[in-house]
Write a protein that binds this ligand. Structure first.
Ligand code: MBD
Ligand code: FE
Length: 296
């Protein structure tokens, strides 16, 4: 079976380019790469040409998710896997691959309608070392761990589970959580040593509930947290430690309204499935109505 190896890149539709550039650099520490294209700019978190493509023009939601496979042979294998399972996909043109700055990709949709791309061969700019947008003590945890994780919308958890399993991710329900609408049973799935690269099962309107990025150094999480508090960015869940990946994180608003989960200290997936009903500590609720009114 062919398996995706990492959450490789993400595309976003945004309305306020300037707010995003300031936020990405000053709060998060991402590098802004503007190549003079009127409709987009890029955000970097390591030596890849980009990890995020920011499409300016509204929408303020996740536009597409890029999952990496090892090479061109793996992409052919993935095609066969999708075909045998009856999942619709399309092989992207050379122009479309060039637009993403990868050697090749497939385009398809997850069961909730989220645009999904499976690619190989990203452009890695070793000649252009990552230059953080603000002072950083360390770097982002990427490499074999990929970008981070996304909590995406889903219509039917069983359908989404089947789809992401077909891509080679594994996981299970890892929490039974109290929400105003009753108990939620979110599913967390991994494809490498990052405890999860995708999660779903918390109801919402947008494609994206939150994006999680991980710092290698605790002090960088502290700098982001100070910035959020100093500038009054709404915090949905205060600092706390998750039971599944043991990461210390907090959730605050991005200029697009969806949440950014910034964190440190994530651990590997557990070797066997288990579930939790509460986090280790913290994650107290603060600003409500941001899509994450859960009792962690
Ligand atoms: C996570 O990263 C998360 O977002 C939730 C809701 C629970 C556990 C880990
Ligand atoms: Fe998360």
């Amino acid at each position: 079976m062919i398996k995706v190896t990492e959450l490789g890149y993400l595309g976003f539709n945004i309305s306020d380019a300037q707010a995003w550039k300031t936020y990405a650099q000053e709060c998060v520490g991402l590098e802004v790469l503007d190549e003079g294209e009127a409709d987009r700019f890029y955000l970097r978190m390591d030596n890849w040409h980009h990890r995020f493509i920011m499409h300016v023009g509204g929408g303020d939601d996740l536009a597409y998710v890029g999952w990496r496979v090892a090479d061109g042979e793996a992409l052919k294998g993935m095609e066969k896997q999708l075909r045998d399972a009856g999942v619709e996909y399309r092989v992207a043109t050379r122009e479309e691959a060039a637009e993403r700055k990868v050697l090749g990709l497939l385009k398809l949709h997850d069961p909730a309608g989220i645009s999904t791309e499976i690619f190989y061969g990203p452009r890695v700019d070793e000649h252009l070392p990552f230059h953080p947008g603000r002072r950083m003590h360390g770097r982002f945890v990427t490499g074999a761990h990929g970008v981070g994780h996304v909590l995406v919308n889903c219509k039917d958890p069983a359908d989404s589970y089947r789809f992401y399993s077909l891509l080679g991710l594994t996981g299970s329900v890892e929490y039974h959580l109290q929400t105003p609408m009753g108990v939620a049973e979110p599913i967390f799935m991994h494809c490498n040593d990052r405890q999860h690269s995708v999660a779903f099962g918390i109801p919402g309107e947008k494609n994206l509930n939150h994006l999680m990025l991980e710092y290698a150094e605790l002090d960088d999480l502290g700098l982001s947290h100070d910035y959020v508090r100093r500038t009054g960015i709404p915090v949905a869940l205060q600092l706390g430690k998750h039971s599944n990946d043991r990461a210390l994180t907090f959730y605050s608003a991005t200029p697009s309204g969806w949440l950014m989960e910034l964190g440190w200290g994530g651990e590997k997936p557990a070797p066997q499935q288990q579930y939790h009903v509460l986090d280790v500590f913290g994650h107290g609720p603060e600003a409500t109505g941001m899509g994450l009114d859960v009792k962690l």
